[in-house]
Write a protein that binds this ligand. Structure first.
Ligand code: TXA
Ligand code: MG
Length: 311
């Protein structure tokens, strides 16, 4: 069943049920070695399942959850949650803030495994219509909770080592916010995820339409009927460019001074651009100018959408 979350829509199932888990892999066409994040309703719920966060992890759970922060923690070797972790003895936990999803977890009493609701490799669904179009034939139900607040997947951190936090996937919670809570004695680093997150070796966040960087200065081949996906600022530059053409459709992503608004829109813009069914699309670059979590996450997702896997 597809469910709304504050980050992106998820495809949820009882994390202890091997049969239900295998249906998620089938629906998404997800590589079998790519484990699933497990969602809990509270810190107590995580503890009930024999997962014991160290002091660093506990501080962060208390500060940022429920919310868009996921954490790699050690899992007891006999845990039935290994059904969701591809038998790994480390699990990624998240406590979502979305009311509908939180109520579902509370009602089911079990942790719910949920990857993003999209065919593997494609950008995540951030509203019910996107999920319906991508996965509708493969799943039983979609709970329509409107459009996802953040629009990008949660921040993932490795908290298995006391006193060290490794950022495995940038997201709405940034390193500065984490540092602020933990103080200078805790090391917060961004690491190459290759050996830790199996999913990082696969293509990510890509639309069906081949995607290239937009540059207002460089004329492109209009005879190929591209669609443009632009920030407000690039749309102005495009209108002022010598080769501007009113016939070229433009999907607007938002103001580059508001990365949280562009992030909220990004996957819906890729979906919209795909609906034009053009042979190619050009998209604005975004360079995070400050160390704000969502800006760094946005730059990373855009780069991967255009250039494929980057680590
Ligand atoms: O915002 C989110 O995190 C969304 C919502 C639905 O919660 N979920 C999400 O899941 O983005 P997914 O599967 O699309 O991305 C999770 C990443 C994958 O790259 C996967 O390989 C990695 O986390 N992962 C999950 N469990 C893991 C584990 N036990 N060990 C290492 N990596 C893990
Ligand atoms: Mg995903």
């Amino acid at each position: 069943m597809a469910v709304p979350t504050e980050t992106v829509y998820g495809l949820a199932a009882d994390a202890t049920n091997a049969e239900a888990i295998s249906r998620i892999y089938k629906a998404k066409n997800r590589p079998a070695d790519n484990p699933l994040i497990c969602h809990f309703h509270s810190i107590e719920h995580i503890l009930e399942w024999g997962i014991t966060p160290n002091d660093t992890a506990l501080k962060l759970l208390q500060s940022f959850t429920p919310g868009p922060l996921s954490m790699l923690l050690n899992l007891p070797s006999d845990s039935s949650l290994k059904n969701a972790t591809c038998q790994r003895e480390q699990i990624i936990v998240r406590i979502p803030s979305n009311n509908i999803f939180a109520a579902l977890i509370l009602g089911s009493e079990k942790p719910l495994a949920a990857p993003s609701a999209n065919t593997s490799g494609r950008f995540s669904g951030t509203n019910a219509m996107m999920v319906q179009e991508d996965l509708g034939e493969m799943i039983d139900a979609i709970i329509d909770g409107g459009s996802s607040e953040h629009g990008l997947e949660s921040t993932i951190i490795d908290c298995t080592e006391e006193g060290t936090v490794k950022i495995l996937r940038p997201g709405p919670i940034g390193s500065d916010q984490i540092r602020e809570v933990l103080g200078p004695e805790v090391k917060v680093t961004k690491v190459k995820t290759g050996n830790i997150i199996p999913g990082s070796k696969y293509r990510h966040y890509a639309p069906t339409t081949p995607l290239f960087w937009f540059n207002a200065e460089i004329p492109f081949d209009k005879s190929r009927n591209p669609v443009l996906i632009l920030t407000m600022q690039d749309e102005k530059r495009w209108k002022g460019a010598a080769h501007y053409d009113v016939q070229v459709p433009v999907v607007m992503m938002g103001d580059e001074n508001h990365p949280e608004a562009i992030s909220h829109n990004l996957y819906q813009c890729l979906y919209h651009a795909d609906s034009y069914q053009r042979p190619l699309a050009y998209i604005s670059h975004y360079h995070a100018s400050h160390n704000i979590g969502i800006g760094i996450a946005l730059e990373e997702r855009l780069t991967k959408a255009v250039e494929g896997k980057s680590n």
